[in-house]
Write a protein that binds this ligand. Structure first.
Ligand SMILES: CC(C)(COP(=O)(O)OP(=O)(O)OC[C@H]1O[C@@H](n2cnc3c(N)ncnc32)[C@H](O)[C@@H]1OP(=O)(O)O)[C@@H](O)C(=O)NCCC(=O)NCCS
Length: 194
């Protein structure tokens, strides 16, 4: 159950225009994770439409819903905990009083995670509803989010050249040639970015 903990990773927001990255992430899910994430089997087409839709607040003012997805290779390494921590900070600073999370009754890992953040869980017909209360925002909690958002932006900017480099690598002929030229491609991409 316990994998080596995650180190050196960062949590950042997806920006407008990155829906495709989100779609690819959801499509990489194994069948069990997909079922756990969506509460049942869903098609690739469903995922395509889902990834395009925007985040919406629930009808009841002050309520929001959170859903997490971590790919199999990264599960049980603290990523979900880091994500939920950030979601709670964002909810708190937007005065979302209650954060709802819905998962299948057999999804023990998600329930364990919700309990770590003091969620009240209610069980109903094969599913579990977790409800968390976000405390009121404070100047410190707002400042904390600004600091991590600033780091997000820097990370996203640094990520662009490496994403471009990966694409260029895959377009650039046989492995021998790619290996020989890689150093120069990366330098060129960094220069372009500046
Ligand atoms: C559920 C999910 C988001 C959790 O993320 P994660 O990165 O695996 O979670 P973490 O590693 O931060 O924490 C998992 C915790 O559950 C515990 N755990 C793992 N398997 C467990 C199990 N079968 N039963 C109970 N607890 C379990 C881990 O020990 C860890 O607890 P700890 O931090 O106290 O040691 C992720 O596994 C996932 O995306 N699953 C598929 C999609 C899904 O279920 N989404 C949720 C729908 S809302």
């Amino acid at each position: 159950m316990h994998e080596p903990p995650l180190s050196g990773g960062t949590v950042r927001r997806l920006w407008v225009g990155e829906a495709e990255l989100y779609r690819q992430h959801l499509l990489r899910f194994d069948a069990e994770s997909r079922r756990n994430r969506f509460g049942g089997a869903v098609s690739d087409e469903f995922i395509g439409r889902y990834a395009q839709s925007e985040l919406r607040l629930l009808e009841h003012a002050g309520d929001a819903e959170a859903a997490l997805s971590v790919e199999r290779a990264w599960q049980s390494r603290g990523v979900g905990t880091a994500l939920l921590e950030r979601v709670l900070l964002a909810a708190r600073n937007r005065q979302v009083g209650r954060l709802h999370m819905l998962c299948l009754a057999e999804n023990r890992r998600m329930q364990h995670l919700a309990r770590k953040f003091d969620a009240a869980l209610s069980f109903e017909a094969g599913s579990v509803m977790g409800e968390m209360k976000a405390p009121d925002p404070t100047p410190m909690s707002v400042m904390r989010e600004r600091v991590v958002d600033g780091t997000d932006l820097a990370t996203a900017m640094l990520d662009v050249p490496s994403q471009l480099a990966k694409r260029l690598d895959s377009m650039n002929g046989p492995p021998e040639r790619r290996r020989r030229d890689r150093r120069y491609e990366r330098l060129m991409l960094v220069d372009n970015w500046r």
